[in-house]
Ligand binder design. Sequence first.
Ligand code: SAH
Length: 356
Amino acid sequence: MQNEKEIGLKTDIKSLYPEELAEKLGEMGEPKFRASQVFGWLWKGVTSFDEMKNVPKALRERLGEEFFITHPAVLRKQESRLDGTVKYLWELADGNAVETVVMRYNHGNTVCVSSQVGCRMGCAFCASTIGGRVRSLAPSEILDQVMFSELESGLKISNIVMMGIGEPLDNFENVIRFLRLVNDPNGLNIGMRHISLSTCGLTEGIDKLAEYNLQLTLSVSLHAPDDETRTRIMPVNRAYGVQKLMAACRRYYEKTGRRISFEYAMIDGVNDTPEHAERLAGLIGGMGAHVNLIPLNEVEESPLKPSTPEHLKAFIALLEKRGVNVTVRRKLGPDINASCGQLRRKREKEKSLQSG
Ligand code: SAH
């Protein structure tokens, strides 16, 4: 584990854009090519400046005085015997933990990253929000999840989904920085069209994101088509409401030309009736949107249950009849409880048992 106090005085080098690093090195009197050398090493996953073999020793020492290199440590690794899904629980420099999942699809390996330690959005069905939000992640700490998952698993990552622990739009600036860094041709060079960002629906954030006009896929966790149902399971709905959220989604679609994907966790007796399906179809019409139904993953602390297969089937049939483009999310890693937030939650519980 890195020394937190020492880190406080130094600059987080992996959160800098290449041009910012070049500027800092220029101020230190270094030639231009040094920045790309250092940047290259960082993307190889070095954890100390000493490993940067083609950088002169004196400079390596100075770099170590000015900057620090983040690197997570594997606390736990679980691998599904059924489909090869790998889940990591990482320990960060300050002792906090976040989860990352690597999923293997035919179209390439996809990594699901966390954007915060915990979450303050309070969704009733979600394990990540139970202990609230501890802090947001730095751009480097989000990037590390992609880099070190790739290094650790040996699997080449081609897609990223921001669907792990945390609300990405509640950590806006750092998430934008992460997206630009991971997209950098000299870095991992992952195209925006290979990246999805999922939000519980912070409308100011959606509007701000539209301004950047990134070609990523925006997923919106809708989970209910009316205020009464949505507020019951997503407290964030009190602040925005379904109509306001849909208006922001329409603006986003108009501005970026990118179709939105709506996530809808099917919860028994809560949001899965034929009326809900009808309302949902009415709500999202006319924007080429896609609905991704998620069979609810049961969370120990929550009484909510997944919809029955019959209700799920009827819901799909109704949406299809109304011309809605609908898919059902395949459950990956069922033997390792791969849905996010659960592994970190388990560690938190163990820690409190030990100290109590
Ligand atoms: N904060 C973001 C991203 C994190 S969660 C968001 O809200 O979109 C990624 C997706 O998983 C969201 O759609 C979320 O609502 C959903 N989710 C969370 N807990 C779940 C559970 N127990 N079962 C099914 N889906 C869940």
